[in-house]
Design a protein around this ligand. Structure first.
Ligand SMILES: [Zn+2]
Length: 318
């Protein structure tokens, strides 16, 4: 049941509007059942009912921009994340993605550099083709290379990065519309230490909670590519069953952070805040250690934000 509601939301994120009849055909579920599902989603403020179907309530989640505009915004986000003075990524480090139209997403191609990236360094891949590869769980390197090439909507585009799997999961299970991953020096100084992600598990200051959520999801170190994506999937599922929502920040031990946003700006803000958080943490260890917020403080900040967000969503301004 909950799975079907999620599936409906995922479909609506990729297209502006759907009729109950079309939904019934796609999901193989009776129209009466789908009317109930849509009413339930409408009551929760997640969809808007129309006379014969529904559309997503949150305007930002709707795919309103043609892919060219989306790609321009993705280039801009990538260059912001790759700015040399920020120390978020050098050389080919890091990657970005955004949900596109008609069941596709845009992701950075293998080997390109975030700081001086251009539209030609991105490729558009089929989400279902990537999901099919993920479902096989065990693939050889050769199968991964050939398979990734086959996910391209336009075969003339460059080879998608091996982190395409990670991005597909953040855009589906992670419910993000935009994703950014970097190897930030400040955050990695902690993630590569004996403390791992532990210092990030207890919130330290209110803005950190507001921008990055009550806690980050944590992924242990595993090989990049498919094994990492499977570990990310597990971490996202565990997080969602614990917090009843997806994380905004995912920390991969000995590797780096991933920001999951509904807009390009949100991804940049999460990454900037994670950087600030890491620098503050490091400073506190020089002065006797962090004085964390209490669980009550966090609960208060978080529920106030949640309520604020829910209200704005209901009036379509989120
Ligand atoms: Zn990486």
């Amino acid at each position: 049941m909950a799975e079907r509601l999620k599936e409906i939301l995922n479909i609506l994120r990729r297209q502006e509007y759907i009729t109950v009849a079309e939904l019934s055909e796609r999901l193989g579920v009776a129209e009466a059942t789908l009317h109930n599902d849509l009413n339930q989603l409408a009551e929760a403020g997640q969809v808007l009912r129309t006379h014969d179907g529904a559309q997503i309530a949150d305007k930002r989640l709707r795919q309103e921009h043609p892919d060219e505009q989306l790609l321009a915004a993705l280039v801009n986000l990538s260059r912001e994340l790759g700015r040399e003075e920020r120390q978020f990524a050098i050389l080919g480090e890091g990657n970005t993605s955004a949900m596109g139209s008609n069941g596709t997403f845009w992701v950075k191609a293998s080997g390109s550099q975030l700081g001086n990236i251009t539209a030609k360094d991105f490729c558009r891949v089929s989400l279902s083709a990537v999901e099919n590869m993920l479902a096989s769980e065990q693939l050889t390197d050769a199968e991964i290379n050939a398979g990734l090439r086959a996910t391209l909507v336009d075969s003339r585009q460059p080879q998608p990065s091996v982190e395409t799997f990670l991005h597909a999961l953040c855009l589906t299970e992670g419910e993000a519309a935009w994703v950014g991953h970097t190897h930030i020096v400040s955050v990695n100084q902690i993630l590569c230490s004996h403390q791992g992600a532990d210092p990030f598990l207890r919130p330290l200051f209110p803005d950190g909670v507001v921008v990055c959520g009550p806690a980050p999801a944590v992924v242990p170190y595993v090989d990049p590519g498919l094994p990492l994506a499977l570990a990310v999937r597990q971490a996202l599922r565990e997080y969602k069953s614990r917090y009843q929502r997806p994380p905004k920040l995912l920390l991969m031990i000995n590797h780096g952070p991933v920001a999951l946003g509904q807009t390009a700006d949100e991804v940049l803000n999460i990454m900037l805040m994670a950087d600030k958080w890491a620098k503050i943490l490091q400073g506190t260890y020089a002065l006797g250690g962090p004085n964390f917020l209490t669980p009550e403080d966090v609960e208060r900040i978080d529920s106030r934000m949640d309520e604020h967000y829910r209200r704005r969503r209901l009036v379509g301004q989120a």
